[in-house]
Design a binder for this molecule. Structure first.
Ligand SMILES: *Cc1c(COP(=O)(O)O)cnc(C)c1O
Length: 378
């Protein structure tokens, strides 16, 4: 059994993907082929954003957004402590101070209360200028944008939605990657919408920022690639990846997202009495980048993971360490905080196999083995 079975997806989509890849190989338009622009229009339509600018990966997408806003030394960027490293790495790379904020136990997402506390603390200290909130749509569920937007407005902050895991999620009818002033996603193969390598995209309704993004991702180009009006980088989605993503986006919309939600509901129904299953908030819809349960304590979590492994069932710990405890940040002011929910989640969380092609038989085995492990050790 695979944690996320990409080969099965390929077997199902093979005729279309092979044809799409073949047509790029035949045309030889490896960079900036028409598929890239077509995909950007399809993604913008799907998300409900005015602009979509594709780039090389989800980490670059965050970086490019921070470049557009000129984030750097002296700026404070608020980041959840419980997320993938890139969410905090990118502001730090730009020279800004990441300020870690706790998350909520039920949704795993940024806690508005902890966020406001951190903003007030930084303002009071007066050393840094609060600029940006990086709100992460962790494991596929959008963050609490209603409350986060209120805090952003109150203190004059920008929201950068890190939708690397959130593509396809919704709050009401509004889609993930439309909640930030700028929003980003990743097409890393294992994300809800993945390509066959690295890829990313940036979304915004702001015309000026979109134009800057297009410039920054191609060497700070002006009227053309050889007219360079600012220092940028080389961060493009190549045509092969765009061609693959066009096919996968169709499958994602037609059935993958509903399938993965059906599978998640089945886990919740079967496991709910035994472990703490993930909560999807009222009116929210997840794209289930991960299905993460909480065990009672670390020993039970580690024991279950070892037991599942013995039975040939893969599982993952996302994330074993709060970001504030990563040695890359040691010695910085941002780590001198106590964020108890994140610390607790890191000890108890376990992600189970989930993807749209998981069979009922496979899922039954995961459920049976998890239940039998937890029952034996009651
Ligand atoms: C995967 C991920 C990223 C980075 O995306 P890449 O395409 O791997 O660079 C950023 N933030 C979060 C929350 C992620 O899960």
């Amino acid at each position: 059994m695979q944690f996320r079975d990409l080969q099965r997806q390929y077997q199902k989509l093979k005729p279309d993907i092979d044809q799409a890849v073949g047509s790029v190989l035949t045309a030889g338009n490896f960079i900036s082929g028409s598929q890239v622009t077509e995909l950007e229009n399809q993604l913008a339509d799907y998300v409900g954003a005015r602009h979509c600018v594709t780039c090389a990966n989800g980490t670059d997408a965050l970086t490019l957004a921070l470049m557009v806003w000129d984030i750097g030394p002296g700026d404070a960027v608020f980041v959840p402590d419980f997320t993938f490293f890139a969410s905090g790495e990118t502001p730090a790379y730009e020279g800004a101070a990441p300020i870690f904020v706790d998350v909520e136990e039920d949704s795993f997402n940024l806690s508005p209360a902890s966020l406001e506390e951190a903003v007030i603390r930084v303002r009071k200290e007066g050393k840094l200028t609060p600029r940006v909130i990086v709100a992460v749509d962790l494991f596929g569920q959008p963050a609490d944008y209603l409350h986060i937007r209120r805090i952003a407005d109150k203190y004059g902050l920008l929201i950068l939605e890190d939708g690397a895991q959130g593509f396809g999620g919704r709050i009401g009818e509004r889609k993930a990657c439309s909640f930030g002033d700028i929003s980003t996603t990743s097409f890393f193969p294992a994300k809800p919408l993945g390509c066959y390598g690295d890829g990313g995209a940036i979304f915004t309704d702001n015309d000026e920022w979109a134009a800057l993004l297009r410039s920054y991702c191609v060497h700070g180009k002006g009227s053309d690639k050889y007219d360079n009006v600012r220092i940028g980088r080389n961060s493009r989605l190549d045509t092969l990846q765009a061609a693959v993503l066009q096919i996968k986006l169709k499958a994602f919309q037609e059935y993958e997202l509903t399938e993965v939600n059906r599978i998640a509901a089945r886990y919740t129904e079967s496991l709910g009495g035994t472990v703490k299953t993930p909560t999807v908030r009222e009116g929210f819809y997840s794209s289930w980048a991960q299905y993460s349960v909480l065990l009672k304590e670390e020993a039970q979590r580690d024991g279950l993971q070892a037991y599942l492994k013995e039975k040939g069932i893969p599982s993952m710990v996302y994330y074993p360490k709060p970001m504030s405890r990563q040695s890359a940040f040691s010695g910085r002011d941002c780590v001198k905080v106590d964020l108890p929910v994140t610390a607790d989640l890191c000890r108890r969380v376990l992600a189970l196999p989930i993807h749209p092609y998981l069979t009922s038989e496979e899922q039954d085995r995961v459920i049976e083995e998890l239940l039998s492990y937890c029952r034996i050790r009651e």
